[in-house]
Design a protein around this ligand. Structure first.
Ligand code: FAD
Length: 460
């Protein structure tokens, strides 16, 4: 039997029995059938139950609840999109950017409130976020980000810190300053997803695990098709994020990109004394190829980043979660941030897929004609966004017009990704190009020009 604890430190330490729930025994008819027991599927179930406790809800999960990105992520509960407020303002107008941002701030509050209400202890600490300039080449990016927040009226949620102010919070090698915001929390992703699963079960939903949805049939009574039978419903919700790229229906709407993580052993009090970081802020630099860090409750450093190659045809396999060269790169990067870590053991390494659309925008949509709803393509920022998506899907499904249903990702259709092998060529070119651009910027201590082909192709 699969040992799901091996998929991440979070699943290992969620404090929940990971023995699979029974699979779907035979065909069923319910009000709402949900593909996927990650945050999106579970939040959607949770809010639908709140709106109408009599709804019958079946959640169909190929592995176990939390198997996907929800049980493996970096633990940043950040009220942000991959497309920042300035990008949203350019594409959808300044008012849309402000409404979206205020909904995202609200979603972080809501997430914390539900945890308290449902008695889910997911170690949530609202420590804020620091985007750190590690070297002269990264200073312009944090200043630019600050200007953009000011332009859309969010300047008061952010503050630029100089190196001395930053060092009062945390000592990072080569750090020259940071952009600080209080609007971010760190959370135990495994406790969150497993706690949510228990909460929706308490309210009457059934989660069928070890059951793969092999097809989706839209129509007046849409269906999820599985080897054990069909789940027929009034509404079908596709909440499989990166894995949705496996479905014919959405194959070119998003691609799986792997995010990988390494984790240290618990640091000693003396090591923490040298580093600081008592506020447990979420940390990142301004690297184009992405890095993210968090401090766990038991005193470990989590260091995440990208680099595992995209596979032709959006293939997804366990091996991609364990790409050894990327894990080695992340361990090296962690010791560059904190030279003290040279003598510290890295005890865990894992990863998982994030769904990325062609325009980097998430989609939250419900097509009443086909009976199919979906929320997807969070591009690695789904911990808070999935809560918002769950409430939007509730409003769309119960036909309740609300400010949430007018947000820019609602009903959004991203352009399709290119057919293969063009998609593979382009994505790999951008992946390699951004790593090279970061290395060059660091070597020369000059910011990336923004003009290389990889930067322009990967811009969002
Ligand atoms: C390594 C990593 C680090 C990340 N760090 C952060 C972070 O710090 N902050 C942040 O906000 N976001 C982060 N993310 C992204 C975030 O975790 C995701 O956006 C979020 O968890 C998506 O939730 P979801 O429920 O939509 O998808 P998932 O959690 O992926 O759940 C989808 C579920 O659907 C199931 N499924 C898929 N296909 C089928 C099928 N055919 N039949 C049945 N079941 C199926 C899967 O088994 C899975 O359990 C990270 C992601 C990864 C991988």
């Amino acid at each position: 039997m699969t040992d799901y604890r091996a998929y991440s430190y979070w699943l290992e330490t969620a404090g929940d029995d990971l023995a699979p729930r029974p699979p779907l025994p035979h065909s069923l008819a319910v009000d709402v059938a949900i593909l996927g027991a990650g945050y999106t599927g579970l939040w959607t179930a949770y809010y639908l139950q709140e709106a109408n406790p009599d709804l019958t809800i079946a959640i169909i999960e190929r592995e176990v609840a939390g198997f996907g990105a929800s049980g493996r992520n970096g633990g940043w509960a950040t009220p942000t999109f991959a497309v920042g407020p300035a990008g949203i303002a350019r594409r959808f107008g300044p008012e849309a950017a402000r409404s979206l941002q205020s909904a995202l701030y609200g979603a972080l509050d809501e997430l914390a409130a539900v945890l308290a209400r449902e008695g889910i202890d997911a170690d949530l600490v609202r420590g804020g976020k620091l985007r750190i300039a590690r070297g002269l080449h990264q200073l312009p990016a944090i200043r630019q980000a600050y200007r953009e927040y000011q332009q859309v009226g969010l300047g008061d949620h952010h503050r630029l810190l100089d190196s001395a102010e930053l060092a009062e919070r945390i000592r990072v090698d080569g750090a020259l300053g940071a952009l600080w915001t209080p609007d971010c929390a760190v959370v135990h992703p495994g406790k969150l997803v497993r706690g949510l699963a228990r909460a929706v079960e308490r309210r009457g939903a059934t989660i069928y695990e070890q059951t793969e949805v092999t097809d989706v049939v839209p129509g007046a009574t849409p269906r999820l098709v599985t080897p054990a039978g069909d789940v027929q419903a009034r509404t079908v919700v596709l909440a499989g994020e990166a894995y949705l790229s496996r479905l014919r229906l959405l194959h070119r709407q998003l691609i799986p990109v792997h995010s990988l993580i390494v984790l240290t052993e618990p640091l000693s009090d003396a090591q923490w004394e040298a580093i600081g970081w008592s506020g447990r802020e979420c940390l990142a630099s301004t690297r184009l190829s992405v890095d993210y860090l968090s401090r766990t409750r038991d005193g470990r450093i989590l260091f995440g980043g990208r680099g595992a190659p995209y596979h032709l045809g959006s293939q997804l396999s366990d091996g991609q979660d364990r790409h050894a060269p990327t894990h080695a790169m992340l361990r090296r990067m962690a010791t560059e941030w904190f030279p003290q870590l040279r003598d510290v053991a890295f005890t865990h390494a894992w990863g998982g897929p994030v769904g990325v659309s062609r325009d980097w925008m998430p989609t939250v949509a419900y097509d009443r004609g086909s009976g199919i709803a979906s929320a997807r393509a969070y591009a690695g920022q789904g911990v808070v966004v999935s809560n918002l998506a769950g409430r939007i899907l509730r409003d769309l499904i119960v036909q309740q017009d609300s400010p949430l249903t007018r947000l820019p990702m609602v009903g959004h259709r991203s352009p399709d990704w290119e057919p293969e092998p063009l998609r593979w060529l382009g994505v790999r070119y951008v992946q390699r190009g951004l790593l090279r651009t970061d290395a060059r910027a660091e070597r020369r201590q000059r910011p990336p020009s923004g003009r290389t082909l990889a930067e322009r192709m990967g811009a969002h």
